[in-house]
Design a protein around this ligand. Structure first.
Ligand SMILES: NC(=O)c1ccc[n+]([C@@H]2O[C@H](COP(=O)([O-])OP(=O)(O)OC[C@H]3O[C@@H](n4cnc5c(N)ncnc54)[C@H](OP(=O)(O)O)[C@@H]3O)[C@@H](O)[C@H]2O)c1
Length: 279
C-alpha cells in the first residue's frame, strides 16, 4: 500500500524536503509520496491527530513546531531528548515516536572535512534552534563549543545544557573579539545572509586550518562564506546538513540505506529551479 510522509511547518512553501524525498522514492521504486503542509501554531494538535488518522507513516517537523510538538508524542529517541527538539516523527504500532536528525545530519555533512572532533574547538554564531542541535551533537563528540549570540542569555542557557549533558562549552556576545583564535570549526547559524546582506563580523586572523560552515541553504554564496574563503578557510554551505538530516530521517522511517545521490540530485534540481525562478 502507498505510504505517505510529509513536512509540517509555517512557513513551508520553500521546503526542499518533498523534492529530496520524492526523488529518492522514485529512484528506488518505492510506493510513497512526501507532502508538505502549512500548519499554524494553534492547529498543531489537530494536525498531529489528523496525520495519524489519515495513516501517515511519519513526517518531518520544522519551524515553529520542533519543541511544541513534544507533548503530543508518545516517546522520544535519545537524539530528540539530547536536542530537546523533534524534526522527525515515526508512527510505529500506533505510537508517535519523536526523533531528531539535525545534529547528526550536521556531523555527517562535515565528517569528510573534519577528521578529529575530540578536544577540538568549535565556535557557533547564533543560539537558536539549529545551533542547539548542532552544539549538543558536537559536544557529544568531545568538542569544546563556544557560543556567540546577540541575546547573551540564550547562549548561556545553551552552554548550561551542554554542561548538564557532560560536554564542555563557553559563551560570549555576538561581536568582534578574541574568539577567532585557534578555532577548528566555525559555524554560522544565524539567518544573516539569507537576503544577500553583508555579514557584520570580520573574520580577520582566523586560522587557515578552520573549517567554516554556513548552514544557510539556497544562497549561492553568503557574505560569511565569501569572507571565510578570503581568509583561506575551507568552506561548506548548508546543503550537506539538509541532505543528511533528510537521509537519516529516511533511514529512521524505512530502514536500509537512503539513496543519497538520488536525494542530492532531487535537492540540487529544486535549488536550481528556485534560483532560475528568482532571476
Ligand atoms: N541547512 C539546514 O539543514 C538548516 C537546518 C535548520 C536551519 N537552517 C538555517 O539556519 C538559520 C537559523 O535557523 P534557526 O531555526 O536556528 O532560527 P532561530 O531559532 O530563529 O535562531 C536564529 C538565531 O540567529 C540569531 N540572529 C537572528 N538575527 C540576527 C541578527 N540580525 N544579528 C545577530 N544574530 C541574529 C538569533 O539571535 P537571538 O537569540 O538574539 O534572537 C538566534 O540565535 C536559518 O537561516 C535556517 O534557514 C538550516
Amino acid at each position: 500500500m502507498e505510504k505517505h510522509f510529509a513536512v509540517i511547518g509555517n512557513p513551508i512553501e520553500h521546503s526542499f524536503s518533498p523534492a529530496m524525498h520524492n526523488a529518492g522514492y522514485k529512484h528506488l521504486g518505492i510506493d510513497a509520496i512526501y507532502h508538505r503542509f502549512q500548519v499554524y501554531p494553534n492547529s498543531l494538535a489537530e494536525a498531529v491527530y489528523g496525520l495519524c488518522a489519515l495513516g501517515f507513516a511519519g513526517w518531518n517537523v520544522t519551524l515553529p513546531h520542533k519543541e511544541t510538538i513534544i507533548p503530543y508524542l508518545d516517546t522520544l529517541t535519545p537524539q530528540a531528548r539530547r536536542a530537546g527538539a523533534v524534526n522527525t516523527v515515526k508512527i510505529l504500532d500506533g505510537k508517535k515516536i519523536g526523533h531528531n536528525t539535525d545534529g547528526d545530519g550536521f556531523i555527517c555533512s562535515i565528517e569528510g572535512e573534519l577528521k578529529e572532533f575530540r578536544d577540538k574547538k568549535a565556535v557557533l554564531l547564533g543560539a537558536g534552534g539549529a545551533s542547539k542541535g548542532i552544539a549538543l551533537a558536537l559536544a557529544e563528540k568531545g568538542m569544546h563549543v563556544h557560543i556567540l549570540n546577540r541575546t547573551l542569555q540564550k547562549a548561556e542557557e545553551l552552554v548550561q545544557t551542554i554542561h548538564q549533558k557532560g560536554g564542555t562549552g563557553s559563551f560570549g556576545e555576538f561581536r568582534p573579539g578574541d574568539w577567532l583564535e585557534d578555532v577548528d570549526l566555525l559555524v554560522q547559524t544565524t539567518p544573516l545572509g539569507l537576503k544577500g546582506e553583508p555579514f557584520p563580523l570580520r573574520l580577520n586572523g582566523v586560522a587557515k586550518k578552520t573549517l567554516a560552515v554556513d548552514i544557510i541553504v539556497n544562497v549561492q554564496e553568503t557574505a560569511f562564506l565569501r569572507e571565510a574563503k578570503k581568509q583561506g578557510c575551507r568552506v561548506l554551505d548548508g546543503t550537506g546538513m539538509l541532505l543528511y538530516q533528510g537521509a537519516l530521517a529516511w533511514e529512521f522511517w524505512l530502514g536500509g540505506k537512503a539513496p543519497l545521490e538520488a536525494m542530492r540530485k532531487g535537492l540540487q534540481d529544486q535549488m536550481l529551479q528556485r534560483m532560475a525562478d528568482k532571476n
